[in-house]
Design a protein around this ligand. Structure first.
Ligand code: T1G
Ligand code: NAD
Length: 704
């Protein structure tokens, strides 16, 4: 066998166990071990049936993604699945945890499938830019039907065991211990004389030729269109269609070719990068050096937009929450902001009244800070005003228990100064959530100068409990996300002043893969937030930098703050969230250009994207130079989970590598001619181009 696959016998039943922690990925050694095990089983007459099972927390969760792009090592996964299917004795897959991708394909190669009721199955290859390449597009439709199979593949969703049973993917759910149940099932099959049952030769899931063709067409017109920008979904339909009229061998070869085509696409590289970047963001020095403090009770100060969202995220994580507001009216509003989230869940059948009541029982509204005496962590989300925040932290310093972690959700303010209002700055960190805080997965964990490792580790522990994607950010104006946003938003503002239509800028960004453009995003968040930020900074703004707010200020001076006022860059009818271009905004743009003495010029879509990304990447490099971000992939994760950057492009720093850092530098050099101050290339980019380095090289260095 191999050291990652063991074969044991329990009488006439063979048990093949995959042992490749943490998720039993189907790397070369596992494939070789499985293949050898099938050879041995077929050769041993004493064995009447076999079981394949995963050790530890899960059945194999897929091919080993780290092997992508490496020279292939035989046997291929498709070959292993067919070898299992060709076994001369019935083979049962015993599934627990997550049988995903190649893992589900292995189980479909088996003749029978039993699962732990809490188990899940899926083919999430689309999430990493490929398609099921080991028989999934051939075997799954034969048991589950074409429509269900394509829904599972193109959504990438995980299917619970009960649903998988009803879809015909599973044959049985285990009752009690999985291995024992699988052995009884295998013995039953032997007793019944039930031989091997090849999934590739089954057709229960399939309809008539006309029905199958209709389902494929529906997929092409429906879900494939929804998978905007992704290459793999259309190939999944092609491969499935091909398999209906060709032999298993020909269909497997065709599926393989489709898989190899996907492997060559840039979006596959972007998606795999995003997969590992997301998992690398919590690997920070502080977590390695200290354990988090206990965390079961938290306090939230402020029940507004952010305080309520943070409270819901904490309640969903099973924590107890005490929310403190200024007065009765405010806390009633705060409570209502929280309760209405769960009321909607009940309304939509996502929760029962009992579940809502049980959650709200862990929520305590209050107007007294004394009620925070036993909180392990307290998150402040009051007005974005330094004096108000320092006043709050001074009170927390008196009421919070020793060892409590004190955190601010400020978007821009200096957390060292906020912490200076306490006698325990070592317990103060920044926890920068994104709105809506119960939905957005990004959490910037901001590291002030005096914070201790265990206080920081507690922030990461909270992120894990809340299923947030944490990013460690150093202290500067706007941390990682808002600081870089400031630069590319400025580049967009300059383009509009110089002649670009804000709607053309938005269209270019949507074509690039964003869910919406920066002007539509501004209208959604509220243009007044940027306006007050510009006004706050007016006194300290340097005079030799070109101002970026002339047009946006004039929109706000008219009271046009976006969706909340029905008008901003776009005009919004009642209940309409998309909006149409605001003709009055276009008048204001023309006036502003005249007042600024600007002769408007054309901007191509390509130039709009080059400027937008150059500004983003350049500031990203400066954030790395200053150690505000420890590795480029953290910047990528920030923009993937907090700012709508298209996941298949991997994030701005990954995009820079794929676009070519030299090209980024050339763009910066070109734009620098018109505005040396704004477009001055980061020294890091200049040095990396000289050394022929990529941001991926920096990621690898940070991981070593
Ligand atoms: N390959 C390599 N490493 C993997 C891996 C994989 N498939 N899955 C997880 N890991 C690593 C991960 O990087 C992390 O490492 C650790 O395992 C724990 O993961 C032909 C080609 C299974 C639901 O897409 O969705 O099969 O950070 O932190 O939250 O058709 O991992 O500790 O060093 O995510 O409990 C299809 C991907 C592959 C599943 C567990 N399969 N994995 O989640 O733990 S393509 C997938 C997941 C394929 C065939 C094709 C999740 C999980 P480290 P984790 P988790
Ligand atoms: P908000 O105006 O919706 O809510 C602030 C709440 O704080 C109000 O309900 C107010 O009554 C309460 N409050 C004020 N002073 C208080 C005090 N002394 N004690 C107790 N409660 C007090 O504001 P918001 O949008 O929730 O923003 C809160 C913080 O989160 C700000 O620092 C903001 O910069 C930051 N933030 C906002 C967003 C966003 O998109 N809105 C995103 C990230 C961070």
């Amino acid at each position: 066998m191999s050291d990652q696959v063991t074969l044991t016998r329990d009488g006439e039943i063979a048990v093949v166990t995959v042992e490749n922690p943490p998720v039993n990925a189907l790397g070369a050694a596992v494939r070789q071990g499985l293949y050898k095990a099938m050879e041995e089983i077929d050769a041993d007459d004493a064995i009447k049936a076999a079981i394949i099972i995963g050790s530890g927390r899960t059945f194999p969760a897929g091919a080993d993604i780290r092997e992508f792009g490496q020279p292939p090592q035989p046997p291929g996964l498709s070959e292993v699945c067919t070898r299992i299917e060709d076994a001369t004795k019935p083979v049962v897959a015993a599934i627990h945890g997550t049988a995903l991708g190649g893992g589900l394909e292995i189980s479909l190669g088996c003749h029978y499938r039993i699962a732990d009721p809490k188990g899940r199955v899926g083919l999430p290859e689309v999430l990493i830019g490929v398609l099921p390449g080991a028989g999934g597009t051939i075997r799954l439709p034969r048991v589950a039907g074409i429509a269900a199979a394509l829904d599972i593949m193109i959504s990438g969703r995980q299917v619970g065991a009960k649903e998988a049973l009803s879809l015909g993917i599973l044959d049985r759910l285990a009752d009690g211990d999985l291995l024992d149940s699988a052995k009884s099932y295998a013995r039953e099959l032997v007793a019944e004389g039930a031989g091997p049952r090849k999934t590739s030769e089954r057709s229960e899931g399939l309809g008539t030729d006309a029905e199958n063709a209709a389902a494929l067409e529906a997929a092409r017109n429906g879900i494939v269109k929804k998978a905007k920008g992704l290459y793999a979904p259309a190939r999944m339909v092609d491969s499935m269609e091909y398999s209906l009229t060709h032999s298993l061998q020909d269909a497997s070869n065709y599926e393989r070719d489709c898989f190899m085509e996907c492997l060559k696409t840039p979006q596959q590289k972007g998606l795999v990068h995003a997969f590992f970047a997301e998992r690398a963001s919590a690997k920070v020095p502080e977590n390695g050096r200290a354990d988090p403090r206990p965390l079961s009770k938290i306090g939230v100060i402020g029940g507004g937009t952010m305080g309520a969202g943070i409270t819901v995220a904490a309640l969903n994580a099973g924590l107890e929450v005490t929310m403190v507001e200024r007065d009765k009216g405010s806390i009633d509003r705060g409570r209502n902001n929280v309760e209405k989230v769960y009321a909607r869940d009940v309304e939509k059948g996502r929760k029962t009244e009992e579940q809502k009541a049980a959650i709200m029982a862990r929520y305590t509204p209050s107007t007294s800070y004394d009620d925070l005496g036993d909180a392990d962590l307290i998150i402040e989300a009051v007005f974005e005003n330094m004096d108000v925040k320092k006043e709050v932290f001074a009170i927390l310093d008196k009421v919070a228990k020793p060892g409590a972690v004190l955190a601010s959700n400020t978007s821009y303010l200096n957390i060292d100064e906020i912490a200076s209002a306490t006698s325990r700055p070592e317990d103060v960190i920044g926890l920068h959530f994104f709105s809506p805080a119960n939905i957005m997965r990004l959490l910037e964990i901001v590291i002030p100068s005096n914070a201790t490792d265990d206080a920081i580790a507690t922030g990461f522990d909270l992120a894990k409990k809340m299923k947030k994607v944490p990013v460690r950010a150093g202290l500067c104006d706007g941390f990682i996300g808002n600081r870089i946003l400031g630069k590319y938003a400025t580049a967009a503002a300059y383009m509009v002043e110089d002649g670009a239509s804000p709607y053309a800028v938005d269209e270019a960004l949507v074509n690039f893969g964003y869910p919406m453009g920066i002007h539509a995003m501004g209208d959604l968040a509220g243009l007044d937030i940027g306006w007050s930020n510009r006004k706050n900074k007016a006194a300290t703004r340097s005079n030799d930098a070109r101002y970026n707010g002339t047009i946006a200020d004039r929109l706000c001076e008219n009271g046009w703050f976006g969706q909340k006022t029905g008008k901003g860059w776009y005009v919004y009818k009642e209940g309409d969230r998309r909006g149409t271009p605001n003709p009055d905004a276009e008048k204001i743009i023309d006036e502003a250009r005249r007042d600024l003495g600007i002769a408007p010029r054309e901007f191509t879509e390509d130039e709009i994207i080059r400027r937008y990304l150059a500004a983003m990447i350049n500031e990203g490099a400066k954030v790395l130079e200053e150690g505000i971000a420890l590795k480029p992939s953290d910047i990528d994760v920030t923009f993937l989970f907090g700012y709508g950057f298209p996941r298949y492009r991997g994030g701005p720093m990954k995009y820079a590598d794929m676009y070519g850092l030299e090209n980024v530098l050339n763009d910066l050099r070109e734009f620098e001619k018109e505005d040396p101050k704004f477009w001055k290339p980061a020294q890091l980019i200049i040095d990396m181009v000289e050394k022929g380095e990529s941001f991926d090289d920096l990621n690898k260095r940070a991981a070593s």
